[in-house]
Ligand binder design. Sequence first.
Ligand code: CTP
Length: 244
Amino acid sequence: HFTGLHFDEYPVTKHLGANKVPFVIGVAGGTASGKTTVCDMIIQQLHDHRVVLVNQDSFYRGLTPEESAKVGEYNFDHPDAFDSEALLECLEQLKANQPIKIPEYDFKSHQRCSEKFRKVNASDVIIVEGILIFHDARLREYMNMKIFVDTDADVRLARRIRRDTLERGRDVNGVIEQYGRFVKPAFDDFVLPTKKYADVILPRGGDNHVAIDLIVQHIRTKLGQHDLRKIYPNVFVIQSTFQV
Ligand code: CTP
């Protein structure tokens, strides 16, 4: 019976509480593989937790005037197209339970909207999503769970044509030209080789309800371990005393 014991008498308990860090999930995969849908489904199922989504797309570098003049020559699928340092900094702050501001990116102008930011508060779960989030080892080290969304290339190309023409202001010929010249080679050279870092390879993306349920179950187990520490901190003090 622990109720007679005051929380403040247990500095160890406080220390355990302060150590509570968010659970970080990485969701990678080729263009239009369904990463966003998978993330949305995980977020929906974790409705009773604070979950935040960070898109690697938000960290695209804005093009210089020279690059903008020759935008057809620019490789948006190369790791250098992203400001990885800024993404790392944001994750570091989120992991330290600090609120952050995420830049907004405009796929039509290929620029960051200079005044537009999305404010994100400290959360229990952080989901990082993007084609190349497993490329940088420092980024991988932040992740407690890595998922690679593995969708067939023809399905991805079909989705990409539809999305880029409807939502990103492109024409069909331009999308197909960019796909053959940059997107597909960069997928083979940079995205596919990172599949080996994944803990879970998710076939068919958002259509795979069974796998997504299993993933959510695992996250809940991990979060439950955190929550027990919050509700019954003294139990863990007693336990650690026995361990000593
Ligand atoms: N891209 C582009 N123009 C820009 C910036 C990026 O065409 N100015 C393209 C890149 O070619 C890259 C893609 O955007 O292949 C990355 O976005 P993608 O992963 O396709 O978008 P998500 O919505 O995250 O993907 P999913 O459908 O898997 O959710």
